[in-house]
Structures are given as structure tokens and as C-alpha cells.
Ligand binder design. Structure first.
Ligand SMILES: NC(=O)c1ccc[n+]([C@@H]2O[C@H](COP(=O)([O-])OP(=O)(O)OC[C@H]3O[C@@H](n4cnc5c(N)ncnc54)[C@H](O)[C@@H]3O)[C@@H](O)[C@H]2O)c1
Length: 256
């Protein structure tokens, strides 16, 4: 079944998105990477294989995403799966009295703009193409998978911005699934804890181990991007998963 899929992965040039591109391309489907022109999109495309195409686009731009949808329509005639992984991450303690420094407003705006507005923009502009697919026996035509994070449910130092973005993406899941259910489109969100990607490069092996030990996660390690991709595959394969956020956290309880 995966062989026949046309999949769009935003943020597909790195991290969680790249892991997803890799897994779905190896299963034989056609994968389109949407990422910034400055990203490693070309490099990743060459490395992974013929059934991967890079279309440079900014998820926050109406024009870029409409052009991308037009290109997919022209070249492949359909789209089955959209995986939203494009995002940025910023940590800031809201106020520090010793330096009298408050957090920059633009950091908050940038993260909300890329992660939340970008995800919403991609969903609203791809839903029409997904809805044109022939329905399967259950009346289903397509799947949208979003990326939130455990910050949606846990609150800790310096994470207000990321929690706001993760929380918004989590909260959009049920109403989006309601809006698109009539079109036969499922909407599911994944909330990872710590997955080894360039975003988490600053954590040394020792610190990763301490975080996982302190929070009693099992397995006692950060996740791998292919474990994220594996969950995307499970969501795609199981038609009864819809309108929910699935934690991908190895049971991690405490958050730094
Ligand atoms: N890695 C984790 O442990 C983890 C955990 C929870 C949530 N998340 C969230 O998942 C998302 C992806 O994380 P990652 O670890 O894969 O990060 P990453 O930095 O490895 O990859 C993000 C990709 O998104 C792309 N991107 C950024 N802005 C874009 C835009 N405007 N348009 C198109 N592409 C854009 C980047 O170029 C990059 O290729 C982020 O929002 C992150 O906060 C990650």
C-alpha cells in the first residue's frame, strides 16, 4: 500500500522530516520534500533516491505552498499523505532580573509563525487535493500528520514559546479532524519528547543519559528519527486512528 502513496513532508531536509522521507521513500512511494531554499533539500534528495523530489518552499507563504500544490497536481495528479515537520525551536527564560532582560517578542512570533501558522497554511492548501482522491472502502481519502511535542502537556523553564506552539498544534487536531472528516481525511498529531535530530545536537551523550535516567524513560535514551517515521507509518496504516495526539516519549515523565 505504501508503494502507491504520494507523500509531502515539510521540513523534510532535516531531523524528523528527513527520517520520514527516508522511510517512506524506501517503501517505494513518491516523496516530496518541502523545505527552505537554504536547507539541505537537494543533498537529501540525491542521497535518498529517485523517488524523492525537493520543492523549495516556505511553509508560511501562501504563494510558495500554492505553487507547490500546483506542481504536485501537475506531476503526480494526487497527494495521499501530508506530514508537517517544518519548525523551529527557541528557548528563553521570560525575565531575568539580574540582567533586566525580558524575552524578545520576535522569538515568540517567529516560532508561532513557522510552527503553527506554517502547519495551518500547509493543511488548508493541501486539503483540497487530498479530498479529490478516490475513497477507499471506509470512505477515506487521505491523512495529515502534524508535529507537536511533549511541551504541549508539560511546562518547564524557558519553554513558554515552544509550549505555546506545541499546545496550539495539539489543540488544532480535533477540530481539524472534524472539519476534514466529511472529506475522508484523517488528522493525527505526534507529540515527541526528545528525538536525536540536529535540533538536539547540543545535548551531550552524558546529558541525554541523565535526562532519560532522571525521568525514568524506557528505553533509557533519546528517540531516533526513524522511530518518529515508524509512528507516521503506523498512523497511515491504521484507519481507526484519527483526531488525536499520540505521545512518542518512551514514557518520559520529568522534563528539563
Ligand atoms: N527533535 C525533537 O526532539 C522534537 C521534539 C518535539 C518537537 N519537535 C518539533 O518538531 C519540529 C521538527 O524538529 P526537528 O528536530 O526535525 O528539527 P530540524 O531543525 O532538524 O528540522 C526542521 C526542518 O524544518 C525546516 N524549516 C524551518 N522553517 C521552515 C519554513 N518556514 N518552511 C519550510 N521549512 C522550514 C528547516 O529548514 C529544517 O530542515 C520542530 O518544530 C520541533 O520543535 C522536535
Amino acid at each position: 500500500m505504501l508503494k502507491t502513496l504520494v507523500t509531502l513532508v515539510t521540513g523534510g531536509a532535516s531531523g524528523l522530516g528527513r527520517g520520514t522521507v527516508n522511510r517512506f521513500a524506501k517503501k517505494g512511494g513518491q516523496v516530496i520534500i518541502c523545505d527552505l531554499p537554504t536547507s539541505k533539500g537537494e543533498e537529501v534528495t540525491k542521497e535518498i533516491g529517485e523517488n524523492v523530489q525537493f520543492i523549495p518552499a516556505d511553509v508560511t507563504s501562501e504563494k510558495d505552498i500554492q505553487n507547490l500544490v500546483d506542481e504536485i497536481t501537475k506531476k503526480y495528479g494526487k497527494l495521499n499523505l501530508v506530514v508537517n515537520c517544518a519548525g523551529i525551536y527557541k528557548t528563553n527564560i521570560l525575565y531575568n532580573s539580574s540582567s533586566a532582560r525580558t524575552t524578545p517578542l520576535n522569538d515568540f512570533k517567529d516560532v508561532l509563525m513557522t510552527n503553527v501558522v506554517g502547519t495551518f497554511n500547509v493543511i488548508r492548501l493541501t486539503a483540497g487535493l487530498l479530498s479529490k482522491n478516490e475513497p477507499d472502502g471506509d470512505g477515506l481519502r487521505g491523512v495529515i500528520v502534524n508535529t507537536s511535542g511533549m511541551n504541549a502537556f508539560k511546562g518547564t523553564l524557558g519553554q513558554t514559546t515552544n509550549s505555546a506552539a506545541c499546545g496550539a498544534i495539539h489543540s488544532m487536531t480535533k477540530p481539524l479532524a472534524s472539519d476534514l472528516g466529511g472529506e475522508g481525511i484523517r488528522v493525527v498529531t505526534i507529540a515527541p519528547s526528545f528525538i536525536k535530530t540536529p535540533m538536539n545536537e547540543h545535548f551531550s551523550e552524558a546529558l541525554q543519559h541523565t535526562i532519560c535516567s532522571d525521568s525514568i524513560s524506557a528505553p533509557n535514551r533519546f528517540g531516533d528519527a526513524d522511530e518518529f517515521a515508524h509512528l507516521v507509518q503506523t498512523i497511515v496504516s491504521n484507519p481507526y486512528i484519527n483526531g488525536t495526539t499520540v505521545e512518542l516519549s518512551a514514557g518520559l515523565q520529568v522534563y528539563l
